[in-house]
Design a protein. Structure first.
Ligand SMILES: NC(=O)c1ccc[n+]([C@@H]2O[C@H](COP(=O)([O-])OP(=O)(O)OC[C@H]3O[C@@H](n4cnc5c(N)ncnc54)[C@H](OP(=O)(O)O)[C@@H]3O)[C@@H](O)[C@H]2O)c1
Length: 309
């Protein structure tokens, strides 16, 4: 198939594009900074182009002649305006552009916990964006709601690994919050398998791994990978909120915000587990060693972000 993937330069996008390329698809990847996604350039069938995907005319041009569009664009931190632009306005523009140029298949990345009534703007806007695309006439849509995603290059367990290198004692906001982490290659497979599976049209799939962990348990697992037993101090509710507030003043990369705190108030789990039609979900214990394999290259994104390039 000929595919256009928005947000393809991110963590999930890189794994998904690599899988799609290995399955023989042609993939067009619009991005903001071509230099940032150099590793994709060498993949067979992958074309990278710098574009403004918020401009409807550019979207129409990108989607012309394409069989399916995949929208992975998302942010975890920002103002309400920024969240709305990325999670609601953009999906609406994507759906309209698909209609206008005759693309009939759209895969949409949402998030577990998406809820129009949530206190978290992230979760509210994810719900609104999902609603925008699910009911567009003539468009066959499948949406995915993963719990937190782990795998080579993630910024979740990867961040824990960085923190543990710095401190033997870690006060952990939201330490009791529960997640059901899902492996990035399982998420990629769910997207890739859905493309030509008519049964998935109109569905919203929760994507969760085989086990539920608290945040504190996940941090202990990361410590064990590096042979460390850090003292993890899960903070209570009031202290977690205060910590999140304090972290909002930290310049550069955000560790946590009050919006993340609100999102963590509800368990990020799916009782039905990983959908059977996409195969078996990978155990975290079986692959977590990827954290040790992080090469110096993995720091490049952090350096670029710090230099605002
Ligand atoms: N990772 C998880 O644990 C997780 C869990 C649940 C749901 N999700 C969802 O999965 C999707 C992908 O997540 P990810 O971890 O791959 O995120 P990521 O690494 O941060 O990638 C996000 C992508 O979106 C693009 N993007 C962000 N803001 C943009 C904007 N204003 N205009 C244009 N492009 C923009 C980024 O482009 P640049 O490279 O130019 O910045 C990047 O390609 C997101 O929708 C996220 O909400 C992720």
């Amino acid at each position: 198939m000929k595919l256009c993937i928005l947000g393809g330069g991110g963590f999930v996008g890189r794994h998904l594009i690599s899988l799609l390329s290995s399955r023989g698809h042609e993939v067009l990847v619009p991005c903001r900074h071509r230099d940032r996604i150099k590793p994709l350039l060498v993949l067979p069938g992958v074309t990278v182009t710098e574009s403004d995907i918020h401009d409807p005319a550019q979207l129409r041009r990108l989607f012309t002649g394409v069989d399916a569009v995949i929208n992975l664009v998302g942010i975890l931190h920002g103002s309400e305006v920024a969240f709305r632009k990325v999670h609601v306005d953009l999906p609406a523009k994507v759906a309209s552009a698909c209609q206008e140029v005759g693309v009939t298949r759209l895969l949409h990345m949402s998030a577990l916990g998406a809820d129009a009534a949530s206190r978290s703007i992230y979760q509210r806007t994810k719900a609104d964006g999902e609603r925008c695309v699910m009911s567009v006439p003539g468009l066959a849509v499948t949406a995915f709601r993963p719990s937190v995603i782990f795998g080579q290059g993630d910024s979740f367990l990867g961040l824990f690994a960085e923190l543990l290198r710095l401190a033997p004692v870690v006060p952990l906001a939201g330490g009791h919050a529960r997640f059901q982490p899902v492996y990035v290659l399982d998420v990629a497979r769910a997207f890739a398998d859905s493309l030509d599976d008519p049964e998935t049209i109109g569905q919203i799939y929760g994507l969760c791994g085989p086990r539920i962990y608290t945040l504190a348990e996940l941090m202990a697992k990361v410590g064990a990978v590096f042979g460390r037993s850090p003292l993890i101090l899960p903070l209570g509710d009031a202290a977690s909120y205060a910590f999140a507030r304090l972290m909002e003043f930290k310049p550069g990369r955000k560790l946590m915000t009050r919006d993340n705190y609100f999102a963590m108030q509800v368990d990020n789990v799916c009782p039905e587990g990983f959908p059977a039609r996409f195969g078996l979900a990978t155990e975290l214990d079986g692959v977590i060693g990827y954290l040790r394999e992080a090469s110096p290259r993995c720091n490049y994104d952090r350096f670029r972000r710090r230099a605002q390039r």
